[in-house]
Ligand binder design. Structure first.
Ligand code: NAD
Length: 463
């Protein structure tokens, strides 16, 4: 670890010197790095898909959609819009200040730290870096130790494409993260669990460093079967795709559980079964389309959640597991006890509880009784229910009649609230996430208002 401490010291020194040189502030430099990220992904598409398969059993089609393609689009957006984003924003000052003028300019924070997660190890590492670079920062990435092949590939590739004095990668787990967190950064961007998010925030507080925390939680999905009865086939396909077709449910914005009226539950379960079979065949383990559980520890966690006898009794589909292959079958539970662990911790796996309610309007109270989720999904055409969801609940995002695509949309901010995180990024929001908005006022010496100065004469001056 002594060697690591030295590496971190030296990396930070170099990044600070580079930032101080002003090189990373140049728009030309930023664009060159963003272009190089696109080249890096394009040139190494196959290698990246290979490591995602090794670490997570991710199919290359899924890997391209959720990671490689996503990163290239994100870097292209930053490249295409950077000239606009950096333009200072003019502020309209009150007339009383005339002829002074005001504007807001975006300045880079300086040297930033990105700590990322294993479930989308390429995109969750490169996407925040894109924002940091677009905003003109130097940046150090530590990817997750739980996706070691992706982390090793990024450590190899990044220095051969990007400016090594400004953009660095360090491999390692919590011990390395601890060393990194002992240092002073100008901004920390963290993707991971709420539990570790607290450690990050406490460490950042030592230096009053601003943080963005992209955390997780339990994302509910409401099915208002009355208003979407004609579209139920699509609803079930979308939920199945969102739950089982993206890293086997190991995604922060995955559907955690479904809320539906009791009278419709058995129809819904019958609709899920053929869709799951059509996605993964009769033996999903051999389908090649279902990601594996990332580690034995995570497998054992899911196994523990499922093997609670009361939860086990609620299995209505699936339930088989294979520890050697880190495989958990797409599984559906009907009304597991609400006080069970599976209904109180983020599932992060291919298990889908269906919770029944007498009336779908009760879903609002159910969601409000839990910590604020990263995403709420609702399949409904009932405008009254939509309004209630928007006005009575709080979450990072709300998506009606679809799932997870809000993440893919550069035009929308992505981030949590409360337990699901703080701060936001994607598209222009990434640029803002890594910029300090500095207020600039250009005063004038042409006129002077005597009322500003003592001696006071009871004149009520109100700027
Ligand atoms: P994690 O919190 O265990 O790890 C995240 C990062 O923190 C890793 O780089 C890890 O090395 C580091 N870390 C672990 N222990 C640490 C410690 N004691 N001190 C300092 N750093 C430490 O999370 P994870 O298992 O990688 O990811 C799963 C969680 O992340 C889930 O809660 C999920 O919802 C969330 N997540 C959120 C998003 C998002 O965009 N909001 C995306 C993916 C995952």
């Amino acid at each position: 670890m002594e060697a690591m401490e030295e590496t971190v010291d030296q990396s930070l020194r170099e990044m600070r010197e580079t930032f101080a040189s002003g090189r990373t502030r140049s728009i030309k430099w930023r664009k060159a790095q963003l272009g190089a990220i696109i080249e890096m992904v394009k040139d190494n598409e196959e290698k990246m898909c290979d490591v995602l398969f090794q670490d997570l059993g991710k199919h290359s089609t899924e890997a391209f959609r959720d990671e490689l393609g996503f990163v290239m689009r994100s870097a292209s957006t930053a490249l295409n819009f950077l000239d606009k984003w950096v333009v200072p924003k003019k502020s309209n000052l009150p007339l009383l200040f005339y002829p002074a003028t005001g504007k807001v300019i975006s300045e880079p924070y300086g040297t930033v730290l990105v700590l990322s997660s294993w479930n989308f190890p390429i995109s969750l590492s490169l996407d925040p870096m894109i924002g940091a670079i677009a905003a003109g920062n130097t940046v150090l990435l530590k990817a997750s130790e739980l996706s070691p092949n992706a982390s090793a590939l990024l450590t190899k590739l990044i220095p051969s494409y990007l400016d090594t004095k400004a953009i660095k990668v360090i491999e390692g787990g919590p011990d390395v993260a601890t060393i990194l967190l002992q240092h002073q950064w100008d901004k920390i961007f963290f993707t991971g669990s709420p539990k570790i998010g607290k450690i990050i925030m406490a460490a950042a507080a030592e230096h009053l460093t601003p943080v963005t925390l992209e955390l997780g939680g339990k994302c509910p999905t409401i099915i208002d079967h009355h208003s979407v009865s004609k579209d139920m086939k699509s609803v079930v396909k979308r939920i199945s795709g969102g739950k089982w077709g993206s890293c086997s449910g190991q995604a922060c914005i995955s559907v955690d559980y479904v809320l539906v009226e009791q009278s419709f539950a058995s129809t819904l379960i019958d609709m899920f079964k053929p869709v799951i079979r059509s996605f993964f065949g009769v033996n999903p383990k051999e389908s090649g389309c279902l990601s594996k559980i990332v580690t034995k520890k995570h497998f054992q966690r899911l196994s523990r959640l499922l093997n609670d006898p009361r939860v086990k009794a609620s299995i209505v589909y699936g339930g088989s597991m294979d520890e050697d292959k880190l495989y958990v079958e797409p599984t559906i539970l009907l009304d597991p006890p609400l006080d069970s662990e599976i209904m109180n911790e983020e599932i992060f796996g291919p298990i889908l509880p269906i919770i029944t309610l007498r009336d779908i309007q009760e879903s609002i109270g159910f969601i409000k009784s839990k910590p604020k989720p990263l995403a709420i999904y609702a399949f409904t055409k009932d405008e009254n229910l939509k309004t209630r969801i928007l006005s009575e609940t709080s979450s990072g995002s709300v998506t009606f009649n679809d799932l997870m695509i809000q993440y893919m949309c550069d035009a929308l901010p992505f981030g949590g609230v409360g337990q699901s995180g703080m701060g936001r990024y994607h598209g222009k929001y990434s640029f803002e996430c890594f910029s300090h908005e500095k207020a600039i006022m250009e005063g004038s010496l042409a006129m002077d208002l005597e009322a500003r100065y003592p001696p006071w004469n009871n004149f009520k001056l109100n700027f």
